[in-house]
Design a binder for this molecule. Structure first.
Ligand SMILES: C[S@@+](CC[C@H](N)C(=O)[O-])C[C@H]1O[C@@H](n2cnc3c(N)ncnc32)[C@H](O)[C@@H]1O
Length: 209
């Protein structure tokens, strides 16, 4: 179990070696006066902790190029940069998530390359620069299944080695897993995280056949 660590002020917490801020933290409240994430990118979602835990068990190589799709505040991006010294690009459709991500990255002394883009607009050429794609809680609407599946197909064509997506277990996420299974090597695992609290869900890892 992790050591108890006293935080210097309210609404800061730690999980898997990264410091995070709750939405009530004074810096996040101030940012919210100016920026308004509008596609659910307004907090750290629990699935990101599943992803961190899974990556501890199934690590990526140090210095690997990683792209987080639908990064929101980027907790998993920051984790990969801190833990694996990964070169991370955080992608989100909503430009207003990036000021929040920048604060979390600065708090952890890492930097994440921001990219405002829809899943649909990430080209094969752009994806070819990455080795690993990660995402947490990004398949929450029926209309996201097809763009995500198409993105995974482009990523596989581009030579991406691993696509890893964490989810609380929404029907749309299982639809995505089923689609991928027909064409790629797929692992769908129940997983749980123990930091900052116990949380459970699913991990989908897709690799080329
Ligand atoms: C539920 S939040 C999860 C955020 C973060 N991954 C986490 O776990 O804390 C979903 C994120 O996906 C982004 N998103 C939704 N649809 C998208 C799309 N079509 N292209 C890129 N990003 C998208 C949203 O803006 C939001 O930041």
């Amino acid at each position: 179990m992790p050591r108890v660590e006293r935080m210097p002020e309210p609404h800061i917490y730690a999980a898997y070696g990264v410091y995070l801020l709750q939405s009530q933290h004074r810096l996040m409240r101030q940012l919210r006066r100016i920026y308004e994430p509008s596609v659910h990118g307004h907090k750290t979602w629990e699935s990101s902790f599943l992803l961190m835990d899974y990556l501890l068990e199934h690590p990526i190589r140090r210095g690997t190029r990683v792209m987080e799709i639908g990064c929101g505040w980027g907790p998993a991006s920051v984790f990969c940069a801190r833990r694996f010294d990964a070169k991370v690009t955080g992608v989100d459709i909503d430009k207003d998530v990036f000021p929040f991500l920048n604060v979390i990255a600065a708090l952890n002394d890492v930097s994440i390359e921001p990219l405002v883009s829809r899943f649909e607009d990430l080209s094969t050429a752009r994806l070819a620069k990455e080795r690993v794609l990660i995402g947490s809680d990004i398949c929450f609407w029926t209309k996201l299944v097809k763009p995500l599946y198409n993105l995974i197909q482009r990523a596989m064509r581009a030579g991406v080695k691993r696509v890893i997506i964490a989810d609380p277990g929404r029907p749309t996420f299982y639809d995505l897993a089923d689609k991928c299974r027909a064409k790629y090597h797929v692992e769908l695992l129940e997983w749980y995280a123990v930091e900052p609290n116990r949380a459970s869900g699913e991990i989908l890892e897709i690799r080329p056949k």
